[in-house]
Design a binder for this molecule. Structure first.
Ligand SMILES: Cc1cc2nc3c(=O)[nH]c(=O)nc-3n(C[C@H](O)[C@H](O)[C@H](O)COP(=O)(O)OP(=O)(O)OC[C@H]3O[C@@H](n4cnc5c(N)ncnc54)[C@H](O)[C@@H]3O)c2cc1C
Length: 477
């Protein structure tokens, strides 16, 4: 009888793992178990009354590098090429990003000329920070916070304005707590290998082989900075679900996994609310802290390592305005914690993807709220009402972008514990988890945003890698 693999979690990581398992030459029986009634996890696109698309989670995927190319290959395999909305290299959303500091928007410098010019809010041209970086010795610690790394190599201004904002933009996190080694591995590796980030990035880590397809070539030729799908990014998990069902994968929705126990023959019993499944192998694509509570007593050391991987919440407020205009054109702006502890940044959705503005069209922006402001509110135990987030977001749009009129449409979602935090020493948690799994030969593989990258590309790759480790070979792709 063939093997049975149960995949926990129907977010993009679990869907990608199931996809690659189902494409093996001799595929195992695959059962995907999802607690909610819909698949896609944080990837969720909603249509407004005028047909506009509002992304409640990710809104753009980067095509760069081998992982970006693999995701584009997946898009083509799913027949979605004609749905892709690219942001080409010469588009304002590809070229312009802003910081909101001192009550004003500042364009981040681009190109060599930009680095040589004075670029407020930085007191000196960023060229000087680069020069300083080239002369700094290599760090000696196995890990360091993002802030300490950036301060040591690039100086206090770059650390407290640029890197602080970047950590808020990507992880909704605190640069004084996040790990450089795990959050920005290419910067950490560049220093380790070449002593300098700039030298490392210039000389590169050698080209990783990457797949080839017409869509990938188009993305390279047109220098895409990101892409979405016409009906929103949720089209990707929806197409994956259709594909999985056609390949005979059993997809169970509305079925939270309540526990995992090991049977005498080394198989898993996966407990659901009113039933159970037997599995030769389990791929977990649910958050690490959730998995830690499902593991059996024999796996207590693994559960301890996983429970230490925490996550933060983000309130996403989508706003649409009729007849309004932005003061600048670009991808969006980030806000350092020193400027506003609650507003992480604002994405100018209409600039990147005007095709999704609906009819009659309206200007769409998304305000991301989080940081220490939200953490304090959550810890206080007070009621976190939709009105509170809407008001905070509208104020931010009015002050930072001059959007003072009432929005014609507004969506508010508090995503609890949605972004895992790779804090200082995250690599040691992964190492102890890996050692436990190897030493005890547990038929369990970890995938998902909790471990080695939160971007959609990273999650898809983690699912692919999980399939490789279960199959013992590269799946067909
Ligand atoms: C607001 C926001 C904006 C983002 N923006 C971007 C962006 O622009 N670009 C980008 O690349 N990335 C972005 N990301 C990151 C990216 O979207 C996520 O990291 C990624 O979608 C996580 O996928 P996942 O499958 O690992 O986890 P999840 O999406 O969390 O999926 C896990 C699934 O497991 C299910 N589950 C949980 N517990 C159980 C259980 N006991 N039994 C069964 N099922 C269970 C959940 O319901 C969920 O469906 C963003 C994330 C957020 C939250």
């Amino acid at each position: 009888m063939g093997r049975t693999v149960v995949v926990l979690g129907g977010g993009i990581s679990g869907l990608a793992a199931s996809y690659h398992l189902s494409r093996a030459p001799c595929p195992p029986k695959v059962v995907l178990v999802e607690s909610s009634e819909r698949l896609g996890g944080w990837i969720r696109s909603v249509r407004g009354p005028n047909g506009a698309i509002f992304e409640l989670g990710p809104r753009g995927i980067r095509p760069a590098g081998a992982l970006g190319a693999r995701t584009l290959l997946l898009v083509s395999e799913l027949g979605l090429d004609s749905e892709v909305l690219p942001v080409r290299g010469d588009h304002p959303a590809a070229q312009n990003r802003f910081l909101y500091v001192g009550g004003a928007l500042h364009a981040l410098p681009t190109g060599l000329r930009g680095l040589l010019r004075p670029s407020p809010p930085f007191s000196k041209p960023l060229f000087w920070a680069g020069l300083r970086e080239l002369t700094k010795p290599r760090g000696k610690e196995p890990d360091e916070t993002v802030h300490s790394f950036a301060q040591r190599r690039l100086g206090p201004e770059v650390a407290s304005l640029a890197m602080d904002s970047l950590c808020r933009g990507v992880f909704a996190g605190n640069s004084h707590e996040l790990s450089i080694r795990s959050c920005f591995p290419s910067l950490f590796q560049a220093e380790q290998t070449h002593r300098s980030i700039l030298l490392g990035l210039l000389l590169g880590a050698g080209r990783t082989p990457q797949p080839d397809s017409a869509l990938i070539r188009q993305a390279l030729a047109e220098r895409w900075s990101q892409w979405s799908l016409r009906g929103g990014l949720e089209m990707l998990p929806q197409a994956l679900e259709t594909h999985l069902t056609s390949r005979g994968v059993s997809v169970l929705r509305g079925q939270p996994v309540c526990g995992l126990s090991l049977q005498a023959e080394g198989r898993w019993k996966v407990s659901l609310r009113d039933s159970s499944l037997e599995a030769d192998h389990v791929v977990s694509a649910i958050p690490a802290s959730v998995l830690s509570e499902l593991l059996p007593a024999e796996a207590a050391p693994l559960a301890r390592a996983l429970s230490a991987i925490t996550a933060v919440s983000v309130a996403v407020v989508n706003l649409q305005y009729r007849g309004a205009h932005l003061p600048v054109q670009g991808f969006g702006h980030l806000v350092p914690s020193s400027e506003d502890p609650g507003v992480l940044g604002i994405v100018y959705d209409s600039v990147a993807f005007p095709e999704q503005d609906g009819s009659p069209p309206g200007l769409r922006v998304t305000v991301m709220l989080g940081g220490s402001w939200l953490q304090t509110l959550e810890a206080s135990g007070c009621v976190l009402s939709q009105e509170l987030f809407q008001q905070r977001a509208q104020e931010a749009a009015a002050t930072q972008l001059g959007l003072k009129e009432m929005p014609s449409h507004c969506l508010v979602h508090l995503h609890k514990n949605c972004i895992p935090q790779y804090t200082l020493g995250h690599w040691q948690k992964l190492e102890s988890a890996r050692q436990f799994l190897t030493a005890h030969r547990l038929p369990l593989t970890l995938a998902g945003a909790s471990y080695e990258g939160v971007a959609v590309n990273d999650c898809i790759e983690s699912g692919r890698q999980a399939a490789v480790s279960v199959l013992g070979t590269e799946p067909n792709s």
